[in-house]
Design a protein around this ligand. Structure first.
Ligand SMILES: [Zn+2]
Length: 254
């Protein structure tokens, strides 16, 4: 059965909640880079991101971060076929980062903290049972939906928490809700992604991309292989270093 896309709370209430999540409970992370850095991440994650997406990155000599929800293993969603255990093992063995995205892709902003903690523990146990031996060091909020309390609580489990608000992380960034630029939106989205690379080059910072499916007829949240390849070529041309989220943090020195 194909899962329908969940839409987080909209209207004024949703807007105010998102503002509070951004402005309150900031977890300061000082980022002072002489040269920009780029990270590529994929959420949920579709098999196409683990295959075509990883292959494109690897051809450039790079690795990505896969925000994995255990509940999606072997499934099928609006993003297409989802990853399976073989994808997880191969990506991990090839040096990609496997990271946490809750087990059931919950809206953290609308979930009691103890249930959020249980979701994270369930995800960790599931991935360990699948034979994944690494630690889950970083986290991405499903739908980018956070709350001040969740930022504080999850900031203790993970080095950083990533959101979905576009921007470059620099100066005093918020490690409780890192900004990230989508790999979606067709031609207009590609243009925006390329503009962010220029912006990161002009004024060095940490540019994090996040995507979903990578296939010829992508979902609204995905991109084509050409889209990703064009972004990678622009990053390569800019001379920017590319690291997984976890490795980028080592470079930042936190
Ligand atoms: Zn997600």
């Amino acid at each position: 059965m194909t899962m329908q896309a969940y839409i987080p709370s909209g209207g004024l209430v949703g807007k105010l909640k998102r503002q509070a999540a951004r402005r309150l409970s900031k977890l300061p992370l000082q980022i002072a880079l002489e040269k920009p850095m780029v990270s590529f991440s994929f959420d949920d994650f579709p098999k196409s991101a683990g295959e075509a997406g990883a292959q494109i990155l690897e051809r450039h000599g790079w690795r990505g971060t896969y925000y994995t929800g255990g509940g999606y293993a072997g499934g099928e969603t609006h993003l297409g076929r989802m990853y399976d255990i073989g994808d997880l093992k191969r990506l991990h063995a090839n040096g990609h980062e496997i990271a946490c995205h809750t087990f059931s892709h919950i809206d953290v902003g609308r979930t009691a903290l103890e249930d959020v903690e249980a979701e994270i523990e369930r995800n960790r146990k599931f991935l360990t049972a699948c034979g994944f031996e690494g630690a889950l060091e970083t986290f991405a909020f499903p739908y980018g939906e956070a709350s001040p309390a969740a930022k504080q609580a999850l900031g203790k489990h993970f080095r950083v928490l990533r959101g979905v608000r576009p921007g470059i992380n620099r100066g005093t960034a918020d490690r409780g809700l890192l900004m990230a630029v989508p790999l979606d939106g067709g031609g207009a989205g590609l243009k925006r992604a390329l503009n962010w690379i220029e912006e990161a080059t002009r004024n060095p910072g940490w540019l994090i991309f996040y995507g979903h499916d990578v296939r010829e007829a992508p979902s609204e949240w995905g991109c084509t292989l050409d889209f990703l390849e064009t972004v990678c070529r622009a990053v390569a041309k800019s001379g920017t270093e590319v690291h997984t989220i976890n490795c980028a943090l080592d470079r930042i020195g936190k």
